[in-house]
Design a protein around this ligand. Structure first.
Ligand SMILES: Nc1ncnc2c1ncn2[C@@H]1O[C@H](COP(=O)(O)OP(=O)(O)O)[C@@H](O)[C@H]1O
Ligand SMILES: [Mg+2]
Length: 237
């Protein structure tokens, strides 16, 4: 089921300070949409608003034209929204397989959960570590399993918060190919990531957030050559 995300004029304040200030953003099915910007720009806070963990003081979030601003995270998950967290949220004492299974059983059809997990173990090349407990994984592998966990619910929109942090170059390259196949399946992918090589390679559109405001939107080439983006972010990396 295609899923278009529309964020309009979202504002969030923490103790009087605006972490997000009138943010607009769109993510479309079949596309990888990037969200980049310096630490503290508000990227994870925007993910919290989109996934229903934080209510904005102003603005709206819509999925497929339906306003979901007031829905909680569980309802949004049932509408096909899935996310990963910057801080890993795996069950440390469960195996990789069981982490995926728990998520798959929350997906649209419980009966196919074990088949979904089997498919993901192959697709993400996790067979060799299927019985390893999550807390024994490297950060890079843990992030891949976290993405697997998000995919196990068979989302139509997938929010990824710095999924490649801690991955080595080879892991990132495989990850980049995986993201393209996820988008090719019709999923709307929204990607927060500092790895510019990955962002430039995999994203169709990039939004740049700085100090709670969208500074620039465009293709990777357009934002990369935007003077404001270079000054606020790229120049510093
Ligand atoms: N729960 C919170 N309480 C107060 N301030 C917060 C909270 N979460 C985030 N912030 C602040 O909001 C701003 C945006 O943070 P965040 O969304 O985590 O940025 P990013 O993910 O882009 O690094 C930062 O200034 C951060 O300190
Ligand atoms: Mg963050």
């Amino acid at each position: 089921m295609p899923s278009q995300l529309e964020v309009e004029n979202v504002t969030v304040a923490f103790g009087g300070r605006r972490a997000l200030d009138g943010v607009d953003l769109r993510a479309e099915p079949g596309r990888v949409t990037g969200l980049i910007g310096p630490n503290g720009a508000g990227k994870s806070t925007l993910f919290d608003v989109i996934s229903g963990l934080r209510k904005p003081v102003n603005g709206s979030v819509a999925l497929d034209g339906r306003e979901i601003t007031k829905l909680g995270p569980a309802r949004r998950a049932r509408l096909g929204m899935s996310r990963t967290f910057q801080r890993l949220e795996l069950f440390g004492r469960l195996s990789v397989r069981d982490n995926l299974l728990v998520a798959a059983e929350m997906g649209p059809d419980r009966k196919v959960a074990s088949a979904v997990v089997d498919g993901l173990l192959d697709r993400l090349d996790l067979r060799a570590i299927a019985d390893t407990t999550a807390d024994a994984l490297s950060t890079g592998m843990g992030r891949l399993v976290e993405v697997g966990r998000a995919l196990a619910a068979r989302p139509s929109i997938l929010l990824l918060d710095e999924p490649a942090a801690g991955q080595d170059r080879e892991e990132t390259e495989r990850f980049s190919a995986l993201l393209r196949t996820v988008a090719d399946d019709g999923v709307a992918v929204l990607l927060v990531e500092h790895d510019m090589e990955l962002v430039m390679e995999v994203c169709d559109t990039v939004h740049v957030l700085d100090l709670g405001k969208i500074l620039s939107v465009g293709t990777p080439d357009e934002v990369r050559s935007d003077e404001r983006v270079i000054t606020a972010y790229l120049g510093a990396t």
